[in-house]
Write a protein that binds this ligand. Sequence first.
Ligand SMILES: Nc1ncnc2c1ncn2[C@@H]1O[C@H](COP(=O)(O)OP(=O)(O)OP(=O)(O)O)[C@@H](O)[C@H]1O
Length: 96
Amino acid sequence: MRIHLIAAALACGISVLVGLPRQDWAILLLAIALVICAEMINTAIEQAVDLASPDIHPIAKTAKDVAAGAVLLAAIAAVVIGLILLGPPLWRLCFE
Ligand SMILES: Nc1ncnc2c1ncn2[C@@H]1O[C@H](COP(=O)(O)OP(=O)(O)OP(=O)(O)O)[C@@H](O)[C@H]1O
Protein backbone atom coordinates (compact mmCIF):
# COMPACT_ATOMS: atom_id res chain seq x y z
CA MET A 1 0.00 0.00 0.00
CA ARG A 2 2.89 2.36 0.83
CA ILE A 3 4.44 1.74 -2.61
CA HIS A 4 1.06 2.34 -4.31
CA LEU A 5 0.62 5.64 -2.43
CA ILE A 6 4.14 6.82 -3.32
CA ALA A 7 3.52 5.94 -7.00
CA ALA A 8 0.17 7.77 -6.89
CA ALA A 9 1.77 10.87 -5.35
CA LEU A 10 4.51 10.78 -8.00
CA ALA A 11 1.94 10.50 -10.80
CA CYS A 12 -0.07 13.42 -9.36
CA GLY A 13 3.09 15.53 -9.03
CA ILE A 14 4.06 14.89 -12.67
CA SER A 15 0.46 15.63 -13.73
CA VAL A 16 0.63 19.04 -12.05
CA LEU A 17 4.05 19.66 -13.64
CA VAL A 18 2.86 18.91 -17.19
CA GLY A 19 -0.55 20.60 -16.74
CA LEU A 20 -2.60 17.46 -17.39
CA PRO A 21 -6.08 18.21 -18.87
CA ARG A 22 -9.16 17.74 -16.65
CA GLN A 23 -10.43 14.62 -18.43
CA ASP A 24 -7.01 12.97 -18.11
CA TRP A 25 -6.94 13.82 -14.38
CA ALA A 26 -10.28 12.01 -14.01
CA ILE A 27 -8.89 8.87 -15.70
CA LEU A 28 -5.69 9.02 -13.64
CA LEU A 29 -7.59 9.40 -10.35
CA LEU A 30 -9.84 6.46 -11.31
CA ALA A 31 -6.77 4.31 -12.00
CA ILE A 32 -5.24 5.30 -8.63
CA ALA A 33 -8.53 4.57 -6.83
CA LEU A 34 -8.78 1.18 -8.59
CA VAL A 35 -5.34 0.11 -7.29
CA ILE A 36 -6.01 1.33 -3.74
CA CYS A 37 -9.44 -0.38 -3.69
CA ALA A 38 -7.88 -3.64 -4.97
CA GLU A 39 -5.18 -3.43 -2.27
CA MET A 40 -7.79 -2.83 0.46
CA ILE A 41 -9.95 -5.76 -0.73
CA ASN A 42 -6.82 -7.95 -0.91
CA THR A 43 -5.95 -7.07 2.69
CA ALA A 44 -9.53 -7.77 3.82
CA ILE A 45 -9.49 -11.18 2.07
CA GLU A 46 -6.08 -12.05 3.57
CA GLN A 47 -7.32 -11.21 7.06
CA ALA A 48 -10.58 -13.13 6.60
CA VAL A 49 -8.73 -16.17 5.23
CA ASP A 50 -6.23 -16.12 8.13
CA LEU A 51 -9.15 -15.95 10.57
CA ALA A 52 -11.15 -18.72 8.89
CA SER A 53 -8.23 -20.99 7.96
CA PRO A 54 -5.09 -20.43 10.04
CA ASP A 55 -3.75 -23.79 8.83
CA ILE A 56 -2.43 -24.48 5.33
CA HIS A 57 -5.33 -25.21 2.94
CA PRO A 58 -5.45 -25.25 -0.89
CA ILE A 59 -8.65 -23.15 -0.96
CA ALA A 60 -7.05 -20.56 1.36
CA LYS A 61 -4.10 -20.44 -1.04
CA THR A 62 -6.40 -19.95 -4.06
CA ALA A 63 -8.33 -17.15 -2.28
CA LYS A 64 -5.13 -15.28 -1.36
CA ASP A 65 -3.49 -15.80 -4.75
CA VAL A 66 -6.57 -14.63 -6.69
CA ALA A 67 -6.88 -11.52 -4.46
CA ALA A 68 -3.17 -10.75 -4.93
CA GLY A 69 -3.60 -11.30 -8.69
CA ALA A 70 -6.36 -8.67 -8.73
CA VAL A 71 -3.97 -6.14 -7.17
CA LEU A 72 -1.30 -7.02 -9.74
CA LEU A 73 -3.76 -6.60 -12.63
CA ALA A 74 -4.97 -3.23 -11.30
CA ALA A 75 -1.37 -2.05 -10.78
CA ILE A 76 -0.33 -3.07 -14.33
CA ALA A 77 -3.39 -1.29 -15.78
CA ALA A 78 -2.56 1.84 -13.74
CA VAL A 79 1.05 1.84 -14.99
CA VAL A 80 -0.13 1.53 -18.61
CA ILE A 81 -2.67 4.35 -18.10
CA GLY A 82 0.04 6.48 -16.47
CA LEU A 83 2.40 5.90 -19.40
CA ILE A 84 -0.31 6.72 -21.97
CA LEU A 85 -1.38 9.93 -20.18
CA LEU A 86 1.93 11.20 -18.82
CA GLY A 87 4.51 9.76 -21.24
CA PRO A 88 4.01 12.15 -24.19
CA PRO A 89 3.73 15.44 -22.18
CA LEU A 90 6.67 14.41 -19.97
CA TRP A 91 8.73 13.63 -23.08
CA ARG A 92 7.89 17.07 -24.55
CA LEU A 93 8.74 18.77 -21.25
CA CYS A 94 12.14 17.04 -21.01
CA PHE A 95 13.35 16.81 -24.60
CA GLU A 96 11.63 19.48 -26.73
N1 LIG B 1 -3.65 -20.71 4.87
C1 LIG B 1 -2.91 -20.88 3.76
N2 LIG B 1 -2.97 -22.05 3.07
C2 LIG B 1 -2.25 -22.24 1.94
N3 LIG B 1 -1.43 -21.32 1.39
C3 LIG B 1 -1.33 -20.13 2.00
C4 LIG B 1 -2.05 -19.85 3.22
N4 LIG B 1 -1.75 -18.58 3.61
C5 LIG B 1 -0.90 -18.11 2.68
N5 LIG B 1 -0.64 -19.03 1.72
C6 LIG B 1 0.24 -18.85 0.54
O1 LIG B 1 1.37 -18.10 0.91
C7 LIG B 1 1.42 -16.88 0.14
C8 LIG B 1 1.83 -15.73 1.05
O2 LIG B 1 0.85 -15.57 2.04
P1 LIG B 1 0.64 -14.21 2.84
O3 LIG B 1 -0.46 -14.39 3.81
O4 LIG B 1 1.97 -13.74 3.37
O5 LIG B 1 0.15 -13.29 1.65
P2 LIG B 1 0.90 -12.17 0.85
O6 LIG B 1 0.25 -12.12 -0.50
O7 LIG B 1 2.40 -12.36 0.90
O8 LIG B 1 0.48 -10.93 1.73
P3 LIG B 1 1.03 -9.43 1.83
O9 LIG B 1 0.10 -8.62 0.97
O10 LIG B 1 0.88 -9.14 3.31
O11 LIG B 1 2.46 -9.43 1.34
C9 LIG B 1 0.00 -16.70 -0.43
O12 LIG B 1 0.03 -15.99 -1.66
C10 LIG B 1 -0.48 -18.12 -0.59
O13 LIG B 1 -0.01 -18.64 -1.85
